[in-house]
Design a protein around this ligand. Sequence first.
Ligand SMILES: Nc1ncnc2c1ncn2[C@@H]1O[C@H](COP(=O)(O)OP(=O)(O)OP(=O)(O)O)[C@@H](O)[C@H]1O
Ligand SMILES: O=P(O)(O)OC[C@H]1O[C@](O)(CO)[C@@H](O)[C@@H]1O
Ligand SMILES: [Mg+2]
Length: 466
Amino acid sequence: MAMAASSNSEAESASDISNLFKPIYLKDVPHLSHYVPNLQTRPNPLDHNPYFNTRHLRDHGFYLTHSDLVLRHIENDPSPLPRFAYHRAGPRKLIYFDPSLVRVGIVTCGGLCPGLNTVIRELVMGLWHLYDVRHIMGITAGYRGFYSSEPLPLNPKVVQHWHNVGGTLLQTSRGGFHLNDIVDAIQNHAFNQVYIIGGDGTMRGAVKIFEEIRRRKLEVAVVGIPKTVDNDVGIIDKSFGFQTAVEMAQQAISAAHVEAESAVNGIGLVKLMGRSTGHIALHATLSSRDVDCCLIPEIDFYLEGKGGLFEFLDQRLKENGHVVIVVAEGAGQDIIPRTDSQKEEQDESGNLVFLDVGAWLKSELNNWWARDHPHELFTVKYIDPTYMIRAVHANASDNLYCTLLAHSAIHGVMAGYTGFVTGPINGNYAYIPLEDVAQANNPVDTKDHKWSWVRSITNQPDFVRR
Ligand SMILES: Nc1ncnc2c1ncn2[C@@H]1O[C@H](COP(=O)(O)OP(=O)(O)OP(=O)(O)O)[C@@H](O)[C@H]1O
Ligand SMILES: O=P(O)(O)OC[C@H]1O[C@](O)(CO)[C@@H](O)[C@@H]1O
Ligand SMILES: [Mg+2]
């Protein structure tokens, strides 16, 4: 019997790994040589850089080749989904630009995120010290800066201390995306390398810029560096600044806990960023362990009745005397009453303006308690650290991440790639088609282990009406 069982399970595990041999499709990225004829190549200047030993042999040398790939899924995925591979980021033996003729434009768009200034600094440092590029310009105040203001000359001396400063010293903005004005400005400034740092909206704009540049057959490489404190950009492992934001959120949660615990029937309510994804709220909840309930945009919730939030809070207050709630800014937007004009309100980029879910919840909580427990003490302390978690400089690990991102972007552009994004996939830096990143979003997967883990430590309801 034992023998039969063991050979059965061996046969099962042997057949289980057949998916490892599914075909792998390469997600190629565009290259300048695809549409610009007769491009000259030259040896990589790293050959003569005293800090790099380019003759040092790994398996096949210091430089990466077209065959160095990163797999999208490294686990044995039993689903019928296809398997994809991306070009691995890093220096190439031959480059497609004469460094003395390179003219760089760097722009930051969208909301702030810890690490923006580090990425800019490392782009400047890397271009200057690795590739001897001397003409580097910062475009000020987002996409509109291309056509509405003079660029800011950047060099190592100017950017030396930028990694110690939050925000973006180039400034940023929303809106102002006028494709032809932007590409005309790129031509007028004779930029041939454009580094675009921003979130999902920025990447969608970058695709259009790249396509227009290709349509005009300009010898200009366009690279996107994904930035989003919400971690809502897909394909890459996570976005820079996200970890810093989660770390900063701990202070708010901890304060909410102290306030709630020090009151009779105290509720500490913390609103964290996350327009369409609850990653910050989820990760902050898991790291803190003081949170009783985490509300995210991916899960609808309701207040009244069986299985609702109030029933859960009632119970938890009876058990513990206090409750800490973390709510992502995009949660509950469907159930907050809106006036007609609020339904229409958009920011300059066309994103719907959200109502303050924290303020609404606070008022609903107070009404509920006054109605159901009129003679008992009750306190809601609402903490909204919104900008405090993103308007800070990057922590050590995000700073390192920003450096690797910037250098990966530079190596890819110098090698002639264009219309791509660089970012880590399974811990390895890769070149990903811009279009794919612009289309991919990254919601919290509420069916996977991480969300189950949240539910298991908070024991909060699943908000499924039964
Ligand atoms: N579909 C689009 N096509 C062209 N440009 C776009 C598009 N969506 C947004 N943009 C432009 O990209 C810039 C940034 O967009 P947005 O304000 O949505 O921020 P984001 O890049 O998504 O960053 P975040 O959401 O993390 O703050 C703006 O200048 C906006 O006009
Ligand atoms: O107030 P701002 O600068 O428009 O930014 C707020 C938004 O930016 C983000 O930080 C990133 O999209 C969101 O979480 C938030 O809704
Ligand atoms: Mg966005």
